[in-house]
Design a binder for this molecule. Structure first.
Ligand code: NAD
Ligand code: MG
Length: 409
């Protein structure tokens, strides 16, 4: 039986993880649950899975959580710092499923205690890749990918090299030429480019293949998600930007490929269900039989592949640019994107403004470095201020723009 801490238990990754616990109740013991603000669901999860303690980042909702858990014997921790501390409690696997840079303190805390971290929270590696990898190395911690494409690469690599223990540095062997991460292309792969500025939040969060949280769904629509994943892969697998290729593959049957120098290519296939990569990270080095729906290649008929169109997906190019330039750039990219996506979801800016805001922030990079958690948070904060100002200016300009004669928007 493996003991688990689930950071972000009420989200898409968190609930998928708990669905695996339901499917294999004898395999896991949930010790800690942490969420941001969804008190009712967190309380329900706590009463069902009986962790030792639950953490709630929002102090405003803690009283309601305490009341809901009164007499249960389950402890309650409140506030961001208390939630971070919970990541230090020794368990077999810490699932990092918080969305955005808010997940970084918990990831670093778990790594600094030498824990095994199943990482879904890609923003941590984007903004603080060097710091996170160095922390893992220094403390003998292990990072296991949860992102489906990274899990695919990890599985292809391990399939070839055996169950190597140092899973954070697989590129040490020179037999790998490059890797390929696949992308569905999101909901707007076929949409007329001229109508992109009219895209609504409702349309953007409707992903054709995956069911996910709101932020990553918008990131998939802009393909910033794939850009973040290229940066994530560079850190996880110690690869140069040039050796990470991306192909659009609308059927999302193949999640990732590893090209070897001898001409062999190993790919990993599976259904578009995050429970498969999560289960691999939970069970590694074994596999969990959680009765998944089988992959039905016959009904898929054919598998297609196409290059990424930079006009359709400018955010993807911005992420590549940030990775190539390095330093604080990926942290600035991530912060600007988080602000822009939130502003888009709040209808303050349009869909195409997301790339404009991120591009603006990359052109006006704030001072700083990314050597420590404090430094990353400081750069992140400055980039957020810059992005918020830009979003405000865009929103202001849109509200003062006269209506076109035809009465359009
Ligand atoms: P989500 O919005 O569904 O859930 C986010 C979770 O984080 C919630 O439990 C929320 O309460 C919690 N949270 C937010 N702010 C917090 C804070 N300050 N402190 C503590 N908890 C906080 O998001 P998601 O789709 O589950 O994505 C989570 C992470 O996993 C993201 O980094 C995303 O990129 C990554 N990821 C998700 C998927 C997917 O299928 N959903 C796939 C690959 C990677
Ligand atoms: Mg992914």
């Amino acid at each position: 039986m493996k003991s688990l801490t689930i950071l972000g238990s009420t989200g898409s990754i968190g609930t998928s993880t708990l669905a695996l616990v339901d499917a294999c109740p004898d395999a896991f013991d949930v010790k800690v649950l942490v969420a941001g603000s969804n008190t009712a669901l967190l309380a329900e999860q706590a009463l069902k899975y009986r962790p030792d303690i639950v953490g709630l980042a929002s102090t405003a909702d803690a009283a309601a959580l305490r009341e809901a858990l009164a007499g249960s014997g389950i402890e309650v921790a409140e506030g961001e710092d208390a939630c971070t501390e919970l990541a230090r409690r020794p368990v077999d696997v810490v699932i990092a499923g918080i969305v955005g840079l808010a997940g970084l303190p918990g990831v670093l805390a778990a790594l600094a205690c030498g824990q095994t971290v199943a990482l879904a929270n890609k923003e941590s590696l984007v903004s603080a890749g060097a710091l996170a990898m160095a922390t893992a190395r220094r403390h003998g911690a292990r990072l296991l990918p949860v992102d489906s494409e990274h899990s695919a690469i990890f599985q292809c690599w391990l399939g070839w090299s055996g169950h190597q223990k140092d899973v954070t540095a697989p590129s040490a062997n020179g037999s790998v030429d490059r890797i390929c991460l696949t992308a569905s292309g999101g909901p707007f792969r076929m949409r007329d480019l001229d109508s992109f500025s009219m895209i609504t939040p409702e349309e953007a969060v409707k992903h054709p293949n995956w069911s996910m949280g709101q932020k990553i769904s918008v990131d998939s629509a802009t393909m910033m998600n794939k850009g973040l994943e290229v940066i994530e892969a560079a850190w996880l697998f110690d690869l140069s930007p040039q050796s990470i290729e991306v192909l659009i593959h609308p059927q999302v049957a193949i999640h990732g490929l590893v090209y070897f120098h001898d001409g062999s290519v190993i790919g990993q296939l599976g259904t578009a269900d995050m429970k498969t990569p999560i289960s691999y990270a939970l069970a590694w080095p074994d596999r969990l039989d959680w009765c998944p729906e089988p992959l039905d290649l016959l009904s898929m008929g054919r598998l297609e592949f196409m290059p990424v169109d930079p006009d359709r997906y400018p955010c993807f190019s911005l992420a590549r640019q940030a990775l190539a330039e390095g330093g604080v750039m990926p942290a600035v990219l991530n912060a600007a994107n988080e602000v822009a996506v939130a502003a888009f979801l709040a209808r303050q800016i349009g869909f195409t403004d997301i790339a404009a805001v991120v591009g603006h922030c990359l052109d006006h990079v704030p001072e700083g470095d990314v050597d420590s958690l404090e430094a990353v948070i400081a750069v992140d904060g400055r980039a957020r201020d810059l992005a918020k100002t830009r979003c405000g200016a865009i929103s202001q300009a849109a509200s003062t723009k006269p209506l076109s004669p035809a009465g359009g928007v």
